[in-house]
Design a protein around this ligand. Structure first.
Ligand SMILES: NC(=O)c1ccc[n+]([C@@H]2O[C@H](COP(=O)([O-])OP(=O)(O)OC[C@H]3O[C@@H](n4cnc5c(N)ncnc54)[C@H](O)[C@@H]3O)[C@@H](O)[C@H]2O)c1
Length: 364
């Protein structure tokens, strides 16, 4: 495979992708080729260069797109045009229509797209899914997801982009919560939302530009209601306006019990169940893989060799992107908005799925 985009998150990916025996990273690429060379040297990747050369590398079958969101669609298109499968970081594209065009182009070419987040394949969320499938909470009814934070300008040295269209608490954080809910409840069919902005301007707290004021272009507190086709309903709060910091709250309630899931932005974590009428939580140990980002790429590569569906498909990433767009539209218009694109809920992983045991065959 080729890794395109050698910034901050490429460390976690390269550490993992170069540790899985099924995979070989042949080349790193970046707009800044110095950065690509440095990451290649650090993680023992044999070659480095620009994107065109990386996707055209004769040994590459799968391109891992870790560029910035604004570049995702162009890099994915370039890789598909070269006949490569693509794994892409979130979001699939900056708008849903562009994302659907990528999925259609891949389908026409007989290629696959996989999309972040792959935290849905981590031990925490997979254990939760296995419990729900086994009937541990009865029939799933509702979900409650909370991400509350005073805002990333408190720790990020250049936070402006997080308050521009395509970011904000909705587009930056909802992918984790919406992808987890979608794997539990299936496709969403409509949403309603309210958006608020506590301040029109914010001040950078950290780094060389501390004290600098910048304008806020998006809602910084979003409350959304999501209605799922199979009948479940979820409430999400996504906020950069909260004095209280509460990340990763995700609870699913069924007819028999409530299930408290771990932070959907993590691969591990505690799972607890509380049956109707009980005053105590029962803790369930998480079973599965906790290696981190890159698990979705590994699952996709194994699935390509085995000729079976991969478990973090582009269709799910596209559905999550459309759901976020519908939430943003509803917050602006004050009306329910439909979600039209759907996906097939991926099969759960086996509890003993091991990323470090080689399972795939060489390409013929
Ligand atoms: N940083 C995190 O903690 C984190 C966590 C989860 C997901 N992500 C996602 O990972 C992606 C990358 O985030 P990051 O924090 O690593 O960003 P970053 O800015 O640190 O790195 C992005 C890299 O992509 C390169 N790039 C940009 N456009 C390119 C193009 N057209 N062709 C080739 N290279 C290009 C840049 O030069 C840069 O080196 C984003 O989609 C982000 O949402 C990041």
């Amino acid at each position: 495979m080729a890794v395109v985009g050698c910034g901050m998150i490429s460390h976690e990916y390269l550490r993992n992708l170069t540790s899985f025996a099924d995979l070989r990273v042949l080349v790193c690429a970046d707009l800044d080729t110095g950065r690509a060379k440095a990451q290649a040297a650090r993680y023992g990747v044999p070659e480095a260069g620009d994107t065109a050369a990386a996707v055209a590398h004769p040994g590459v079958e799968l391109v891992v797109n870790l560029t910035v969101p604004a570049a995702h669609a162009a890099v994915t298109r370039q890789a598909l045009a070269a006949g490569r499968h693509v794994w892409t970081e979130k979001p699939l594209a900056t708008d849903s229509a562009a994302g659907q065009r990528l999925l259609a182009a891949a389908a026409r070419a007989g290629l696959r797209i996989g999309g972040a987040p792959d935290t849905t394949l981590g031990a925490g969320l997979q254990t939760g899914r296995r419990l729900v499938t086994a009937g541990a909470i009865g029939v799933p009814q509702t979900g409650l997801a909370l991400f509350q934070d005073p805002g990333p300008e408190r720790w990020h040295a250049d936070p402006e982009f997080l308050f521009q269209p395509g970011a904000g608490p909705l587009f930056d954080m909802a992918p984790y919560y919406l992808a987890a809910l979608a794997t539990l409840f299936g496709p969403a069919e409509q949403v309603a939302a309210i958006g608020r902005r506590a301040r029109g301007q914010r001040v950078i707290h950290r780094g060389p530009r501390a004290g600098t004021t910048f304008a806020v272009a998006v809602p910084t507190h979003v409350t959304a209601l999501v209605s799922y086709a199979r009948g479940a309903a979820a409430t999400l709060v996504l906020s950069f306006d909260s004095p209280l910091r509460r990340h990763g709250f995700l609870e699913i309630t069924g007819t028999e019990a409530t299930l408290a899931l771990p932070d959907p932005n993590r691969f591990d974590g505690e799972i607890r169940i509380r049956p109707t009428g009980s005053d105590d939580w029962i803790t369930v140990p998480a079973a599965g893989a906790t290696a981190g980002r890159g698990l979705g790429v590994l699952d996709m590569a194994r699935a390509i060799r085995a000729g079976v569906p991969h478990r973090a498909p582009g269709e799910l990433a596209g559905h999550v992107l459309e759901t976020m767009e519908a939430i943003a539209r509803s917050a602006g218009a004050g009306a329910f908005e439909p979600v039209r694109n759907t996906f097939t809920v991926p099969d759960p992983l086996a509890a003993d799925w091991d990323p470090h045991t080689r399972t795939t065959l060489e390409a013929t």
